[in-house]
Ligand binder design. Structure first.
Ligand SMILES: *Cc1c(COP(=O)(O)O)cnc(C)c1O
Length: 813
């Protein structure tokens, strides 16, 4: 950093950085040090370190341009970024310098970190993956752009009111966002609706009925050691005419501003996953808005740099993060055919060679499809192209002697059922057809893609599906969130693991070193004490840092089976009350997570966790043996506080339903043992940490599939005394005396169908938990297993994942 100013009257010992921050405060924020509020100091600090980032950013861009490098474009409707200050300072290696400078100004950097808004532009794992990938792309020095939407309110903020989830708007932009740069000159026309004419030369001409302008807002993404700075380009919307003066002057002020309001509505909120059809049309508009802007921007850059649109696949790799940006396939075809005059077949070759598609779910209700009537009304030209692509696809299928049933499964159009259900456009099939690579996110998930949802497409294109097991960035999820453990590991094995997470393997022998184990335990205990202090202050809950911290934090969804955990908690509570004389292991059960606002059962599960917490925490007969905490407003920043303090990581989804999971990786990297099913990446974690260092229970995906036939949950519940007791207590209102019937419906669902096999896995889970108790009593053994987890999960670094994408899909390494 350069010395730009000195403090008036400042003692000569003032470090230059402090002077720069004060200079920024005065000249950019317009306040002096006496008047500055914490937010002003935060903005001044960010703007000061930003100068250094901008220089590296420009160098990165110039170097890629000069080298004619191929660029990676990661298209995602979600980026769950979290806070950026600590990430940027740590990756630039200036954390201590900035801390000292602020100290000298009487400002606590920890306080500034805590007031930085958490950019929650995503629902959960899929959005966090996109953020980890952006960081790894920069760390691996790969030229890349992330493309998404700059939601004004993002994911809702969750408050817990009398145990119920209440959704509030997240106002993360309230104090402005010093990280971003609005590029008013990078604006694109985005049309909707209207008609398609055929011109005299046979070409199609789309005449949209309405339009908005997409404007780029850029955020720099700093890689590890500041090697490279890439761009996260988020689109905001603007009306072409900010105001209709004719309407305004005629007194109709609402109509005068309607265009601007419509544009702003487009980028207002992130639709929660699993929501109902309400707002469907707006969601499709969002998808097209951001896809079109991104594809136009990519094509514009390519033509500007390289001149010839036909070389696009040599210079651009576009990755679709799930099907949300899948309309991009039709959009690129439109630009190639209608604007660049390429023949359809050639355009199709280019398109397929450019796109890759990542699938994130096999749950049928989450596979995206759009009513054909809506798609056609909003995107008439794209509808024509989808039909043309489909005709090609089905011709290839017929040529390969595909059965009529398989043809129906492969088609981009779901023709609707015998009950008059409407025709729909299948986005997963469109993404599959339009990409040269289709990947799953963990080995099991990829196998299931081949055998279930994409079986027929896989038979037709057997080389297309491949696996890229997810990863997490070890910078945020170890170095930054767990400085204590990072320092201890560095002391033991040196700093090489900071640049290559797989070097953590050097730690394996330390698992057998009693004195190292003690120091490891001390770090964990210190993290637990910090979390206990935070929870005491934020929710007035007193926790014993010596208890086993048992954590399940993730979106609330029935397949993730928070209910299984709560039932086991109730069973344990009952056991402790019945046998207080036994040698119980003190436990703290920590839950956090948001439920989609329209997801009734998920919201009821949140209420149940809170009802159980109130009863258990207030029971003097239990004392400190069991405590239950539901921590409100799960987000990246909260995860960063809780994960380093966890002893036990709950990864208990119904086998076959969690595509990968990434929370599981974060916990293992921070020295928690996993209790989990053989699902998603849990399987690969087990393969790496070893069977003795993980607690696996329950049915496999195959067993779940077989068990469905003739499954009788009532018989299972009746045969398990513990489960039956817990279920009956909940159903009869023991935890909801104010409304004894509250959980009748939830429990009736368990008896009736239990789609997520909670009852079938309960006894195995309960037994596994008692096994955990036994292990916990042997402190040395527990810590050794925890250390082996840290040492053996370096492979789950998103650097490894990204280098696989780079080599095997994008061709950029
Ligand atoms: C890692 C992460 C997730 C994903 O967690 P899973 O347990 O894999 O579902 C979701 N939300 C946040 C904030 C995260 O950091």
């Amino acid at each position: 950093m350069t010395d730009t100013a000195t403090l008036p009257d400042s003692p000569t010992i003032t470090p230059p950085l402090a002077a720069q921050i004060v200079d920024t405060l005065v000249h950019r924020i317009g306040k002096d040090a006496d008047a500055a509020l914490p937010h002003d100091w935060l903005a001044a600090t960010i703007l000061t370190v930003r100068n250094d980032i901008i220089e590296r950013w420009m160098e990165s861009t110039k170097a890629a341009h000069a080298a004619g490098a191929k660029r990676v474009y990661y298209l995602s409707l979600e980026f769950l970024i979290g806070r950026l200050l600590r990430d940027a300072l740590s990756n630039l290696g200036v954390m201590e310098e900035v801390r000292t400078a602020l100290d000298g100004l009487g400002v606590d950097i920890g306080e500034l970190e805590e007031i930085e808004p958490d950019a929650a532009l995503g629902n959960g794992g899929l959005g966090r993956l996109a953020a980890c990938f952006m960081e790894s792309l920069a760390s691996l020095d790969l030229p890349a752009y992330g493309y998404g939407i700059r939601y004004v309110n993002g994911m809702f903020r969750q408050r817990i009111d009398k145990g119920w989830q209440v959704e509030l708007p997240e106002t993360w932009l309230r104090y402005g966002n010093p990280w971003e740069f609005e590029r008013r000159e990078s604006a694109y026309f985005i049309g909707f609706g209207g008609d398609v004419d055929t011109l005299a030369d046979g070409r199609a001409h789309w005449d949209p009925a309405e339009a908005v302008e997409a404007v780029a807002v850029d955020t720099p993404v700093v890689g590890w050691r500041g090697k490279r700075v890439n761009t996260l380009r988020l689109w905001t919307a603007r009306a072409f005419d900010p105001i209709r003066l004719d309407a305004f002057n005629a007194g109709d002020h609402e109509l005068a501003l309607a265009g601007q309001v419509r544009a702003e509505t487009l980028v207002r909120v992130l639709y929660p996953a699993d929501s109902t059809p309400a707002g469907q049309e707006l969601r499709l508009r969002q998808e097209y808005f951001f896809s079109s802007a991104s594809i136009q921007d990519i094509v514009r850059r390519h033509v500007q740099y390289f001149g010839d649109i036909r070389t696009l696949p040599d210079k651009a790799a576009i990755q679709l993060n799930d099907t949300h940006p899948a309309v991009s396939v039709a959009e690129l075809m439109r630009l190639l055919v209608d604007h660049h005059d390429l023949p359809f077949d050639e355009a199709w070759e280019i398109t397929r060679a450019t796109f890759g598609y990542t699938n994130h779910t096999l749950l049928p209700e989450a596979l995206e499809s759009w009513p054909l009537s809506l798609f056609e009304r909003l995107l008439p030209r794209h509808m024509q192209l989808v039909y043309a692509i489909n005709a090609r696809l089905l011709k290839e299928a017929r040529a390969a002697d595909t059965s009529e049933e398989a043809i129906r499964a492969i088609s981009l159009i779901d023709e609707g059922g015998a009950w008059g259900s409407e025709r729909r456009v299948r986005m997963a099939n469109l993404a599959f057809a339009g990409a040269h690579s289709v990947n799953g996110v963990a080995a099991l998930h990829t196998d299931l893609m081949k055998s279930t949802v994409f079986a027929d497409l896989h038979r037709l294109y057997p080389d297309r599906i491949n696996n890229k097991t997810n990863g997490i960035t070890p910078r945020r999820w170890l170095q930054q969130c767990n400085p204590g453990l990072t320092a201890l590991v560095t002391e033991a094995i040196g700093p090489a693991f900071l640049d290559d997470a797989e070097r953590l393997a050097d730690l394996v022998p330390f698992a057998d070193d009693a004195s190292f184990r003690e120091r490891f335990a001390a770090v964990k205990r210190s993290n637990k004490r910090m979390l206990a202090t935070y929870l005491q202050e934020s929710m007035r809950l007193k926790l014993d840092p010596d208890a086993l911290f048992d954590v399940q934090i993730k979106r609330i969804h029935e397949y993730k089976r928070q209910l299984l955990n709560i039932l086991e908690t109730v069973a344990l509570y009952d056991q402790i009350r019945s046998h207080p004389e036994r040698d119980w292991v003190p436990r703290v059960k920590i839950f956090a997570g948001k439920a989609a606002s329209s997801y009734h059962n998920a919201k009821l599960i949140i209420k149940l966790a809170n009802d159980v917490a109130r009863r258990v925490n207030g029971d003097p007969a239990i004392g400190d043996l069991l405590k239950v905490a539901f921590v409100p407003n799960y987000n990246v920043s909260l995860a960063e506080k809780i994960i380093p303090a966890a002893n036990l990581s709950e990864q208990i989804s119904t086998a076959g339903m969690e595509a990968s999971g990434t929370g599981n990786m974060k916990f293992a990297l921070n020295g928690a043992l996993t209790i989990g099913t053989l699902d998603g990446a849990n399987i690969e974690i087990k393969d790496r940490v070893g069977d003795e260092n993980i607690v696996i229970f329950g049915m496999t995906a195959e067993e779940v599939a077989q068990r469905r036939e003739g499954y009788d949950p009532r018989a299972v519940i009746d045969n398990s005394p513990e489960l039956r007791q817990a279920v009956e207590a909940i159903a009869s209102g023991v935890f909801s005396p104010d409304d004894p019937d509250r959980y009748k419906g939830l429990i009736a669902g368990l008896y009736d169908h239990d789609w997520f096999m909670v009852a079938a896995d309960f006894d195995a889970y309960d037994a596994a938990q008692r096994g955990v108790d036994a292990r916990w009593r042997n402190e040395g053994d527990w810590n050794a297993a925890a250390i082996r987890n840290v040492a053996r999960v370096g492979w789950f670094s998103s650097d490894r994942t990204i280098s696989e994408y780079a080599r095997q899909i994008w061709g950029v390494m």
